[in-house]
Ligand binder design. Sequence first.
Ligand code: ADP
Ligand code: MG
Length: 347
Amino acid sequence: MTTPPAQSESILEVRDLVKHYPLTQGILIKKQIGAVRAVDGVSFGLRQGETLGIVGESGCGKSTVAKMLVSLEKPTAGQILYKGEDVTKLSDRALKAVRRNIQMVFQDPYTSLNPRMTVGDIIGEPYDIHPEVAPKGSRRARVQELLDVVGLNPEYINRYPHQFSGGQRQRIGIARGLALRPEIIVADEPVSALDVSVQAQVVNLLERLQDEFGLSYAFIAHDLSVVRHISDRVAVMYLGRIVELGTDVQIYDHATHPYTQALLSAVPVPDPEAREGRERILLAGDVPSPANPPSGCRFRTRCWKAQERCAQEVPLLVVPPHLEGVGGPAEHPSACFFAEDMSATEE
Ligand code: ADP
Ligand code: MG
């Protein structure tokens, strides 16, 4: 893990980000009958040089957040501030310059690389849009340098994606993400499609690149164990919202939201001693549909702590008043009226 500068400013700040997809009926005459609330009021800051892990079950809106961060999707509402400037309001020309600095690494290295293009063309493709970064004559050398940087043989430049393993393909995807020398990488489940044995190698590569190039990462995963090693802070999402946000210690050792606690209880613990006395929290039911989320707290339908109040009021992502100043550093917001540090009550 890299240590981020303590009080550094956010290079990227997201405020009340919302993405609703229209839900339509009818084939010829489409009628909007509702909306999928994929992302429904998400706020966080990404600090210079840090890795922010974003974790949550499939369908909770992680990829939608990622796509908005790199301007592949337009938010329904909310702001994305890059160095203080609202990206969602920029002209196409100004946006192009910002997009260069915020690049995405995709989840599936099998489907995200065009099988008919050589590795050199795949990695160098971003230069078609930004020729100023690598003038025509220098492209090949630049792509070979990128191959080397991600640990692949530069002589492979004329090969095709199918000639590589999954881990190697993800390295190609990462090289492409680095081509424009971005400041921020949004990595959407970059290791989820890979064998467990290869996952650590790719995570290690991302860490090395972060140090080498001073990158800031938004690192998305569906399970807490994957991001533990690489994250400085972690945001936990449920049904389109962040339910808890904290440093790695706050989240892994002092989680206060019942959903985070349930996710943690499902993470395998290799050390038998640490495993002892740990209870597996089994959540009731399935994740509700984002087209029709529960009133009040969205997690309440599966929460063992839920009470009347949870159906009536939406808990905001703030430091719970009853936990203010309790344990460690402040700034550990949790969207639960009954947030509680279980590790503190065990003794
Ligand atoms: P995650 O990456 O956490 O698995 P997504 O962001 O992909 O979640 O999806 C969040 C929700 O939004 C899901 O219910 C998904 O079906 C829905 N969704 C995503 N993209 C679209 C789209 N283009 N049109 C309609 N619904 C979508
Ligand atoms: Mg996804």
